[in-house]
Design a binder for this molecule. Structure first.
Ligand SMILES: *Cc1c(COP(=O)(O)O)cnc(C)c1O
Length: 417
């Protein structure tokens, strides 16, 4: 519950300058302060209402103040919230079992964010290379250009975008970038790198590139990639931090591609907005023994109880069906918009409830320009790079709310053109 005095202060005047005096300026923020939410709606400190098509960046799976979330949070905080992994944690075991029962993985490591889940995957890959494969002085992990894997040193290195790496050298060795969805270059790169002292030990990809502009993986590419990995003893790692947990209309993004990864990571939507990360793998590569990796908060009773509630609610309330239907509705409407404004947009891309509409490169307008105007008209959207508007509402979004979002977007576009 919010402290009444604090809420009261917020309700009348939010002091942006004071905030900026104390909080590091690592974010470019929009000039509003959000105070409360309900379902897919949010209200700022001035009482203005917004339709939330950001969902805390593809995170608030069940929207805001969902009754199931409130119930679990309330019950678990009263019972027990944190004890450390010195002991067995029943809620953690129950969540791991659910994830294993509903994925291709056989075991789970819990942490607190997407970057950490990917760090764990990178460590697992390295340990597998050093202990299970010979000839491996220099294990190399291939990742994609325009990918995004997080903000720690290893994960900005894995991220194939120079803008995230600038001024942070020296980066972590052992990463090489290839274009996404290009099998020929991937094959050639593996051949080039597999030398006496170096070897490609893993390929790490998003089934759909989120931050890189909402680009779905190509089926044929991923089928061939899986085959190459099998033949050459290369681990296939899927970063499902954004696409996983139902966002794509299926529980996992890899279900769209007809292949299974050996290792997959999850975070954003997994506990519906409570911080969690998970790295899952198949039995044969489960090599991180006691003392090799750890997290103080990882998989504590509170967060794992909440995540289990999120997953059970997705199943019980048939939320994947809603994701598919609302996704279709949204893409159909966005395609109509691209036809109406052929001078502004190129195409619509996405799966389920992660969708992007791309602005033409040659126009001056950026995604942020449109997002600012949408916000002023009561719709929150996120960018995916300078030219793509990203639509990632809570998975419970209704037909009427999708219609409303489209109405607001059309209003903004009318003003622009
Ligand atoms: C957001 C994101 C991450 C990083 O997650 P954090 O929780 O911010 O560390 C990693 N990979 C992908 C695909 C993401 O979308």
């Amino acid at each position: 519950m919010s402290h009444p005095v604090l809420l009261d202060t917020l309700a009348h005047a939010f002091n942006y300058n004071e905030f900026d005096n104390y909080v590091m300026h690592t974010y470019g923020r929009f000039p509003i302060a959000i105070e409360k939410g309900q379902g897919c709606r949010l209200w700022d400190t001035e009482g203005r209402e917004y339709l939330d098509f950001v969902a805390g960046i593809a995170t608030s799976t069940l929207g805001h103040a969902h009754p199931a979330l409130i119930e679990t949070v309330t019950q678990q905080i009263q019972k027990l919230h944190h004890v450390s992994n010195l002991y067995y944690i029943p809620e953690q075991g129950a969540l791991a079992k659910w994830l294993v029962d509903h994925s291709c993985a056989d075991s789970v490591f819990f942490c607190n964010s997407g970057a950490e889940a990917n760090e764990a995957a990178i460590k697992l890959v390295r340990k597998y290379a050093h202990t299970m494969l010979d000839c491996c002085k220099q294990p190399v992990i291939l990742t994609a250009k325009a990918s995004f894997h997080g903000r720690t040193l290893a994960t900005i290195t894995a991220t194939g975008q120079p803008k995230y790496q600038k001024d942070f050298s020296p980066l972590v060795p052992g990463f090489v970038y290839v274009p996404y969805n290009d099998i020929k270059i991937l094959e050639d790169t593996i051949t080039d790198l597999n030398q006496e002292n170096s070897r490609v030990v893993a390929v790490m990809l998003e089934p759909l590139q989120g931050e890189g502009g909402v680009r779905p993986g190509d089926l044929e590419y991923f089928l061939k990639l899986r085959k190459i990995c099998d033949e050459k003893n290369i681990l296939l790692v899927f970063d499902e931090v954004q696409i996983g947990v139902g966002r794509s209309g299926k529980l996992w993004g890899y279900e769209h591609l007809g292949v299974e990864p050996d290792i997959l990571t999850s975070a954003k939507g997994l506990a519906g907005g409570i911080p969690i990360g998970a790295m899952m793998c198949k039995r044969f590569c489960d090599v991180l023994g006691p003392g090799t990796h750890a997290s103080t908060f990882g998989g504590n009773p509170f967060v794992t109880a909440v995540a289990l509630t999120v997953l059970k609610t997705i199943k019980k309330e048939n939320i994947l069906q809603n994701v598919q239907a609302r996704g279709e509705q949204l893409r159909t409407s966005l395609r109509t918009i691209t036809q109406k404004y052929p001078n502004l947009f190129t195409e619509v891309r996405g799966w389920g409830l992660i969708n992007g509409i791309e602005l033409k490169q040659e126009i001056k307008l950026t995604s942020l320009d449109i997002i600012k105007m949408a916000m002023e008209n009561g719709l929150l959207l996120a960018p995916a790079g300078p030219k793509v508007l990203r639509f990632v509402p809570p998975l419970i979004v209704s037909e009427i709310e999708v219609e409303k979002a489209i109405e607001i977007l059309e209003l903004v576009l009318k003003k622009i053109s």
